[in-house]
Design a protein around this ligand. Structure first.
Ligand code: NDP
Length: 321
């Protein structure tokens, strides 16, 4: 019998894991298995910044396994403005979750890092060995340092107590249940919302920047399957990058084109080239992932985007906007 606690279970990635567990056929590689109980915890069940509330959550569910997704997450603006809050809240959440897992003899914990944790000045492609090889970009150093510490803690818990703690490093995630806020969201949900409003109000759809930068996007349902794979089949402390390949980078223009198509927007559509572009590309290698999984079939980008737009349109009234 195993009890799998997913912290951050109400967020983009948590909801995707819940979807996959409930829709894949039972007993399959990613479906629910006999004897498994899955718990998807939201912050109202326990504020993980607080050790007592964290302990109570563990006492309530007695998890044998934990997928630890809960984090203070935000776009560039919020990261730049609230560096200390991002640092402290995430350090507290991660420390409480890992220590409660140790105290409750949890058999395995997979925590979630991000490719934002990598050094600013680094040789590309990013790979799992480069996390600590230089300071992160100053715009998100609070969030990045807090997340890096999880890798340090995982090693220390393993060396001192033999704990089976590890971490995953996803690239940019998108999918249903994302944060579609116009000011404080990632690029895909932000542009979907913007394009939807342009269509509704008959106004132009203007995308910030040249549209040229390239990014690797992973569909949340694919990421969910990879977390489930790690839970069942990966037992090493070293992190794994969970991403599509470097050859599957997509330009922001391709993203915007696909959104225009999926939303059915037919008005004026342009790029505001006076706005900053950010880094041109920051490719991450998924070689380790592919060699360990024996290959993984990612959902084609356009198909995943269509599904996300459809979800947004159908759930506009209760989406995070
Ligand atoms: P969301 O913002 O969608 O969800 C965050 C989750 O964390 C929510 O369930 C939220 O609960 C919970 N949470 C936040 N603060 C607390 C707290 N103090 N106590 C308990 N729970 C809390 O995030 P994502 O699903 O996008 O991210 C999941 C993980 O993936 C995070 O660790 C993030 O750093 C990482 N990641 C995300 C990427 C992305 O592109 N989105 C890219 C790379 C990594 P509630 O909503 O109930 O308040």
């Amino acid at each position: 019998m195993s009890v799998i606690l997913v912290t951050g279970g109400s967020g983009l990635v948590g909801k995707a894991i819940e979807h996959v567990i409930n829709t894949e056929s039972e007993g399959s590689r990613f479906g629910k298995r006999a004897g498994e109980t899955w718990i998807f915890a939201r912050s109202s069940e326990g504020d993980l910044r607080d050790p007592e509330q964290t302990r109570k959550l563990y006492e309530k569910y007695k998890p044998t396994h934990v997928i630890h997704l809960a984090a203070l997450v935000g776009g560039l603006f919020k990261n730049m403005k609230y560096k200390l809050t991002f640092l402290r809240d995430n350090i507290l959440i991660n420390d409480n979750v890992l220590h409660a897992s140790y105290e409750h003899k949890t058999q395995k914990v997979i925590s979630c890092l991000s490719t934002c944790v990598f050094p600013d000045k680094v040789e590309y492609p990013l790979d799992e060995t480069k996390i600590h090889s230089g300071p992160p970009h100053e715009s998100n150093f609070g969030y990045a340092h807090a997340k890096r510490m999880v890798d340090v803690q995982n090693h220390a818990y393993k060396e001192e107590f033999g704990c089976n703690f590890t971490s995953a490093i996803p690239t940019n995630v998108f999918g249903p249940h994302d944060n579609f806020d116009l000011e404080d969201s990632h690029v895909i949900p932000g542009l979907i919302h913007k394009c939807y409003l342009a269509k509704k109000n008959g106004t132009p759809f203007v995308v910030s920047g040249t549209g040229k930068p390239l990014r690797q996007f992973i569909f949340s349902y694919d990421l969910a399957k990879l977390f489930i794979w790690m839970l069942r089949e990966y037992d090493d402390v070293e992190p794994v990058i969970l991403s599509v390949g470097e050859d599957e980078e997509v330009s922001i223009k391709e993203v915007a084109d696909a959104i225009v198509k999926a939303v059915g927007f037919q008005g004026d559509y342009s790029f505001d080239t006076t706005r900053a572009d950010g880094q041109f590309r920051k490719p991450a290698s998924n070689k380790k992932l592919l060699s360990l999984t024996g290959g993984f079939q990612f959902t084609p980008f356009d198909q995943a985007l269509d599904l996300t737009v459809k979800w947004f349109l159908e759930n506009y009234s209760n989406a995070r906007i």
